[in-house]
Design a protein around this ligand. Structure first.
Ligand code: DLL
Length: 435
């Protein structure tokens, strides 16, 4: 029973026993690899009193310590690299919690496997070599563009490496090149859809499917995109630390995303206690990558809250499914597809001499995210010279842009004008309804 829409049917539809056997063997190999080559891991494991000999099967995974974004920051930039630099061919990167970004490394082997995962996602959305795949995720450090681009090449589809932005050109290519599969964030898909409807171009496009991820989106949003563009909209999940898009993807059932278990072992934990929870319970996703050479992470805490399901899937794939992320166990926000931590904003304000009295207001206007930051001036800064205040705002806008990579509107307000809370300060007001 193998699925015709699989890129690698023998793997994607393997028996649970076969998958477990691959995982056992690859986990042992990966643990030996990092213990031998990454002093940071060796220290962590030594401190927990675990040696590679203690890890013989997936059931031993719990003996290993968790890894978090803080470890990545502590080991920045090369401290978790498990291969000689000369064997690595690429980095990709995403936001860290403060000034330091997360940097992930890839050998050619790592890139091939990652692209295969993305190829599985494209084929699960009905992609074949006859398709025209328009990739409007960002290219560059962000994993979205390069990942789907590579996946589309592996499938053999004609690939349009558009990158993000320039909506006019996106629509022109959609129409003229007759793209059949669209890859971008769901909020951009909705924006494109509305613009296409407004321009009366729905009949000119040949799209049949979209592969949308990198941020939370609701079922209502899925229906809206599907109706406006007359396509099927598929979810795709991933994170830079674990490779990028394609860690998990939706199939024709459109109910949860298959996790590529031949490459990643998944656990669900209670985010408060770290206790491993049974399938079906809601908790934080933890991944262990078992086939990567350059940047394998063991028990990496994603902070994404999900539920796993092993219910048989009608598509024929046997790999476990994760629900759409239902929230985060930290304060990371995804704004215009970019990961933003309040701590990054605070770092900029404090470096520029502002007090830590601020409020972050996130909204969605016409399907596009907006970010506004209200910042209190100190009494020394306060002035009724509007030009001077505007100059200070502009300076902060630029500093925030270089830290976050996106525009944030800044409003400098009078000292003591932001409401003080009696309990925890309410720093973030997110008016979007995402989960
Ligand atoms: O967003 C990788 C990606 C690119 C996934 C393109 C899908 C498509 P990061 O920038 O490292 O990587 O952000 C990872 O984004 O921990 C989730 O919180 C969130 N995220 C990713 N996919 C989804 C999704 C890419 N389908 C973080 N639904 C993750 C909800 C998602 N949240």
């Amino acid at each position: 029973m193998s699925c015709t829409q699989c890129f690698q049917p023998e793997i994607e539809c393997a028996t649970q026993e076969q998958i477990r056997a691959w995982q056992d063997e690859r986990l042992c190999k990966t643990v030996r690899h990092v213990y031998a080559n990454v002093p940071y891991y060796r220290n962590l494991m030594d401190r927990k009193g675990v040696t590679p000999d203690d890890i013989r099967a997936v059931s031993d995974l719990r003996k290993l310590p968790f890894l978090t974004k803080d470890d990545l920051r502590a080991a920045y930039p090369y401290g978790l690299l498990a291969m000689p630099r000369s064997e690595c061919v690429r980095i990709q990167s995403t936001s860290g919690t403060t000034g330091k970004r997360v940097v992930a490394f890839y050998t050619q082997h790592d890139i091939d496997l990652w692209e295969e995962c993305c190829a599985r996602a494209i084929m699960a959305a009905g992609g074949t070599k006859d398709d025209v795949v328009q990739v409007c995720y960002g290219y560059g450090l962000f994993t979205g563009g390069p990942g789907l681009n590579g996946g589309s090449h592996k499938v053999g589809s004609l690939t349009l490496p558009m990158s993000s932005g320039n909506t006019e050109r996106q629509i022109q290519f959609l129409c003229d090149l007759e793209a059949t599969i669209l890859c971008c964030t769901p909020s951009y898909a909705l924006y494109l859809a509305e613009t296409i409807v407004e321009k009366g171009l729905v009949d000119r496009i040949k799209l049949k499917a979209g592969i949308f991820g990198a941020e939370a989106w609701s079922e209502e949003m899925r229906h809206d995109i599907e109706n406006k563009l007359r396509i099927k909209a598929y979810d795709i999940y991933g994170l830079t630390e674990i490779s990028g898009p394609g860690v998990a993807f939706e199939c024709r059932e459109q109910s949860g995303m298959h996790i590529n278990e031949d490459h990643f072992i998944v656990e669900i934990i209670n985010p408060e206690t770290g206790e491993v929870l049974p399938d079906g319970e809601k908790g934080e996703l933890v991944f262990t990558s078992i086939t990567k050479e350059a940047f394998p992470l063991l028990r990496y805490r994603t902070r994404d809250i999900c539920v796993l399901s092993r219910k048989k899937c009608s598509c024929g794939r046997t790999h476990v499914k994760m629900s759409k992320p239902m929230g985060r166990s930290d304060d990371m926000m995804i704004i215009k597809g970019v990961n933003v931590f309040p701590s990054q904003i605070e770092t900029v304000l404090i470096n520029k001499g502002y007090p830590a009295n601020y409020q972050i207001i996130v909204d969605r206007v016409k399907n596009s995210d907006t970010l506004e930051i209200q910042v209190e001036m100190t009494s020394e800064m306060f002035s009724d010279n509007l030009g001077a205040v505007a100059a200070k705002e502009k300076e902060l806008v630029n500093a925030l842009k270089s830290m976050l990579g996106i525009y944030a509107k800044v409003n400098l307000v009078a000292p003591k004008s932001i409401v003080r809370s009696e309990g925890k300060a309410v720093r973030v007001i997110d008016n979007r309804k995402l989960y």
